[in-house]
Design a protein around this ligand. Structure first.
Ligand code: ADP
Length: 443
């Protein structure tokens, strides 16, 4: 079976979040199961472009476009719209040029939303037998733009294919309407997404897709996220050496970041995009509480300037023993935070799957997470983490206090760490579920 995965990011080639992790792993595991998988992604001018996915023989094909020549960190809609419309068009052209007729095109997120629609609209004989799966990793981002933004040289054809009276274009919505099947990245989120609260305006459209919508939980790529082999950790560890390994890592990170080096101080980590989704509005008001209680917090994130300035106020010398706030995208630092923290904070308002809870567990770090989406699917309350459902700073503080009680009780902490390390979120199972779904679509 020939399967093409199309996405705008694919780790480790280019990554901005969990989507990159997934697209960097799923095709690899599918290939091991006998699928001829290929990745198609943008050929970003400033990014190295290996011909295969590192650590595998999965080919990676790059779409070239003037829109991918230089970084554009502004997320300007006037550029985003033609950029990903051109990406969709050029992806299909690339497959035709390579005479690669896929059985399945597995599109990922809104950036690829126009692909299914274009195939249907143009009735391309080349793709007559190809089935389209659209996987939604984050329904909160839909790519809704004024249609006139596509009135550009590179995207003129698409502009003219859209109904003349139509004023706007909605990439994800068109994808959902046109794809043969829709999936999202955890069973619990698949249920949530049908509701008004989490559907972000697309709940009823998805409800109408009954029988053609499924939730398949993401896996974790243990070749990347493994404390026993992780080159970024100060000390590597396994389930037998977890307690001593974590102590060494914690002391080293405290020292490196200028925090007070003290094994008795609970160390909490937070690595995320700085956006409303990730619950910064719950965490930020608690920063004075961390200082008062003599808890330590390491934040690593980039994103919304509003949240950056909210947190920046705490980047003061007097807070140095307790708070380390870093506005960077830094893979190495992320690994050291997972490896060194006692607990990891995930107060997300919604979380389609979430990888950071799985990574935390793999590194023996207690996830303290909102009881939503894939967080609820992956964490067993009081056994492999702490779940809370009162979405307020007070609700989060109570959960952090619960975590503290475990952290200061060496026996309980050691027990929980061993339980976390025993969890298996490996990709093999999820990769098989995707293949089962592809077969069903082709039947
Ligand atoms: P999302 O895809 O919504 O951002 P996920 O939990 O699915 O969230 O995945 C987030 C991934 O991105 C994880 O691998 C996490 O470690 C990584 N990540 C997020 N922010 C940063 C950052 N500032 N530096 C390094 N890695 C980051």
């Amino acid at each position: 079976m020939k399967v093409v995965h199309v996405a705008f990011e694919c780790a480790p080639i280019f990554k901005t979040g969990g989507l990159g992790d997934v697209v960097g792993a799923l095709p690899k595991y599918q290939k091991e199961l006998g699928i001829e998988s290929v990745v198609v992604m943008p050929g970003f001018g400033w990014v190295t472009q290996p011909s295969t996915l590192p650590g595998s023989t999965v080919p990676v094909w790059y779409v070239n476009s003037p829109y991918f020549a230089k970084p554009n960190p502004t997320h300007d809609h006037k550029i985003q719209a033609p950029k990903y419309a051109h990406f969709a068009w050029e992806t299909l052209e690339l497959l035709k040029r390579r005479e690669f007729v896929p059985d399945i095109i597995n599109c990922h997120d809104w950036h690829t939303g126009l692909i299914a629609w274009l195939i249907k609209k143009t009735e391309s004989p080349f793709f007559a037998k190809t089935k389209l799966l659209l996987t939604i990793h984050n329904i909160g981002y839909q790519g809704n733009f004024p249609k006139e933004y596509l009135d550009k040289q590179e995207t003129k054809i698409i502009y003219e294919l859209l109904p003349p009276a139509q004023k706007r274009v909605a990439f994800l919505k068109l994808g959902i309407e046109s794809a043969d099947y829709i999936s999202t990245v955890s069973p619990n989120h698949a249920a949530e997404i049908r509701t008004k609260k989490v559907g972000f305006g697309l709940g009823s459209l998805i409800r109408g897709k009954r029988g053609k919508f499924i939730g398949i939980i993401n896996g974790l790529d243990y070749t990347v996220w493994n404390p026993h082999t992780d080159p970024y950790l100060f000390a590597k560890f396994n389930s037998r050496s977890v307690d001593s390994g974590k102590s060494t890592n914690k002391a080293a990170l405290q020292k490196e970041l200028g925090l007070k080096v003290d094994p008795a101080v609970p160390l909490y980590g937070f690595v995320a995009r700085l956006s409303w989704q990730k619950g910064i509005d719950l965490l930020a008001p608690l920063l004075p509480e961390f200082i008062k209680r003599r808890w330590q917090l390491v934040i690593l994130g980039t994103g919304d300037k509003k949240y950056e300035s909210l947190l920046r106020r705490f980047q003061k010398k007097m807070h140095k023993p307790w708070l380390s706030i870093n506005f960077l995208f830094d893979e190495k630092m992320a690994h050291t935070i997972y490896g060194s923290s006692d607990a990891f904070i995930i107060p997300s308002h919604y979380e389609p799957c979430g990888l950071t809870q799985m990574i935390s567990m793999a590194y023996g770090t207690i996830p303290v997470a909102a009881k939503v989406g894939g967080l609820k699917d992956a964490i067993s309350h009081n056994k492999t983490g702490i779940l809370f459902d009162q979405m307020s700073p007070k609700g989060l503080l109570d959960a952090l206090s619960n975590a503290e009680e475990i952290i200061i009780n060496t026996k309980e902490l050691s027990q929980m760490r061993k339980q976390m390390l025993r969890q298996d979120f490996s990709w093999q199972k999820s990769a098989r579920e995707y293949i089962k779904l592809y077969r069903k679509m082709l039947a």
